[in-house]
Each structure stands twice: as C-alpha cells, then as structure tokens.
Write a protein that binds this ligand. Structure first.
Ligand code: NDP
Length: 297
C-alpha cells in the first residue's frame, strides 16, 4: 500500500502537554512560581467560545493558572485596553491572548499593540514579528510552531528542503515561512495572486496549507512522497451524516492527497491539537523569560 503515513497530531500534542506538565511541576517545586495564562473573549462568537473553553481546560490540566475574561460584545476599546494594561502589570500573568475575531468597532491591530510583547503568547505583536524575522529570540505564533514540531519529528533536519507555504497571514503563513527559513528550507510563499499555484506546490518537499478554502489542494498538486501539513479548519455540509449535519475538512483534499504524499496531517486531529499545546509551551517560555530562568527545550 502506497498510502501516506497519517501524522497523529492529537497523540503528539498529548505528549507535549505531558512534558509541559512536568516542567510546570518542577517550576513550582524549585521556584514557587506557577505560570498563568489570561484569555480575553469579547462577544459571543460560538466557535471562539469553544476555543477559549478548550484553552482554559488544557491550561489547568498542565498545572498552570487560567484567567478567563469574558466581556460583552459592546465593550468599549478603552475598557478593553484598561484590562490589557492590568494584565500586563499583573505578576501572576505570564501570557495574554485576545481571541479573534473581535466585534467590528474594535481594532485587532491596536489590541495586539497594547499587549506587552513579553506576554504576547500569540506572537502577533510587531516586536515579536520583527524579532522572528531578524533571527532573534521572539514569542512565535502557536500554529506555525506546532507545524514545525510535527515536521521536525517526521523529517529530522529540514535543511535544504523545498518548502511551500500557501497563505500569507500574519498569524500563520508569514511566521511559518520564517520558521522554515530559520531551519534552512528554501521557502516559497504562495497566495491568492500566485501564478500556476499547482506547479509551485508540485515543487514542495514540505507543503503547508493555510488558506481557509475547503479541499482546495488536490492530490495532483502534491509531489510524490512530500510531507503535507494541513492547517485549514473549514466547516462544510455533510448530508451523508444526516440532514443539516456538518463536518470539518482541511485545505487539502485528504482522500486524493494521501495517495501521493509521504505523510499528511488529518483534519481534525492534526495541527489543531498542536496549536493549543504550543500555546501552553509559549506561556511556560514567557514565564521563564520574565523570571530569568532557563527555558525548557
Ligand atoms: P487568512 O484568511 O488570514 O489568510 C488566508 C490566506 O490564504 C491569505 O494569505 C490568502 O491570500 C490565501 N488565499 C486565499 N484564497 C487563496 C487561493 N485561492 N489560492 C491561494 N491562496 C489563497 O487565514 P489564516 O491564515 O488565519 O487561516 C488559514 C486557515 O487555517 C483557516 O482555515 C483557519 O481556520 C485555519 N487556522 C487553523 C488553526 C489551527 O489551530 N489549526 C489556527 C489558525 C488558523 P491573499 O493574502 O492573497 O488574500
């Protein structure tokens, strides 16, 4: 059978969380410090509520403190900024994230700019983007960090491999490209204006899809044996499961891709669980840096 290996992100993420739990316990025992993560949710977006709940549960499971701040949709910018200022100054809080999207009267750029870069566990602050781009110690966005861990686990050294990242968002595509470059890949970033994107993808030893279009990438865009990381989370109708039912699919057409790829992440159960594990890793890293302690590797 020539079918691709399925990369089990769920199992890998559980292993990472176990390591973090051990490091948190040691931090408490040796230094009396408990890492704390504050999550801000403005409004009642149902998907965001699920994400925030999962983050809170897993934060507590590894022994960290979780602080949830749920604000009404009509929250004024100045009140949100006052909360961020308080969290920036709070020594019990080592990581701060605001769940996006926020209601339209608020600016995501300004919210991110208000967060202390050393507590910016989503890696979105321009200081962190700049540190990453210039090869310095940064807080790095959780999803690309999770993808990198899966790739290193699968491939060992990434040096010299051709990597194609489809998507150029500040949250996923751009930091993913930076991390692959840091690991000495030859990196191409494709996006909605890319010419002959199929041919570009066919050159990829590593293909990372972060687009947000269900099953956009078919098997015949994939180089035989390539490692495929599917970041996309798209909800589509699933009439085969019953009337009105839906399910999640990635940006890659899994069924045709798995006949060509060497390894591929499923959706769900691939990149998604790694993202939260890396959020916890980032919170622990931020805590170590803030307290001047050695970082876990
Ligand atoms: P954005 O919408 O911010 O960015 C999408 C990117 O895809 C853009 O750069 C866009 O290009 C590009 N794009 C759109 N259409 C095409 C096309 N036809 N061909 C090539 N490129 C195209 O999305 P995000 O980066 O935030 O997220 C991407 C996906 O990943 C989503 O499905 C999201 O749900 C998922 N996601 C999953 C996470 C996880 O934990 N697994 C975490 C974060 C996101 P252009 O810039 O030219 O418009």
């Amino acid at each position: 059978d020539m079918s691709a290996d399925i990369i089990d992100g769920k199992a890998f993420a559980a292993k990472v969380r176990g390591q973090i739990a051990g490091q948190v316990a040691r931090m408490k025992a040796d230094h009396g410090i408990t890492p704390g993560l504050a999550v801000i949710l403005v409004g009642e977006d149902p998907a965001s509520q699920v994400y925030v709940r999962n983050k809170g549960t897993q934060t507590l499971e590894v022994g960290m403190h979780s602080y949830e701040h749920k604000l009404p949709a009509e929250t004024r910018a100045e009140d949100l900024y006052a909360l961020i200022d308080r969290l920036n100054a709070d020594p019990a809080v080592h990581g701060i994230l605001c769940q996006f999207p926020v209601p339209a009267h608020l600016s995501e750029t300004e919210i991110v700019a208000r967060i202390d870069p050393s507590k910016d566990v989503d890696g979105l602050h321009v200081v962190n983007a700049g540190l990453l781009a210039s090869g310095q110690r940064a807080m790095v966005s959780c999803t690309p960090l999770g993808c990198l861990m899966l790739l290193r686990d699968r491939l060992g050294s990434l040096s010299g491999l051709n990597a194609v990242v489809v998507g150029r968002s500040n949250l996923v595509g751009k930091p993913m490209a930076q991390l692959l470059l840091r690991d000495s890949c030859t990196v191409t970033i494709a996006h909605s204006r890319t010419k002959d994107i199929a041919a570009v993808c066919r050159g990829a030893d590593i293909l990372v899809a972060a687009v947000g279009r269900p099953r956009m990438i078919p098997g015949d865009w994939i180089k035989p044996g390539a490692t495929v990381i599917d970041v996309g989370i798209n909800r589509v109708d699933a009439p085969e499961r019953g009337p009105g039912k839906t399910r999640l699919v990635g940006d890659v057409d899994f069924d045709s891709a798995k006949e060509v790829a060497g390894a591929i992440t499923p959706v769900p159960g691939g990149v998604g669980p790694m993202t939260i594990a890396c959020l916890l890793a980032n919170t622990l890293t931020a805590c170590c840096r803030i307290h001047g302690l050695p970082e876990p590797d």
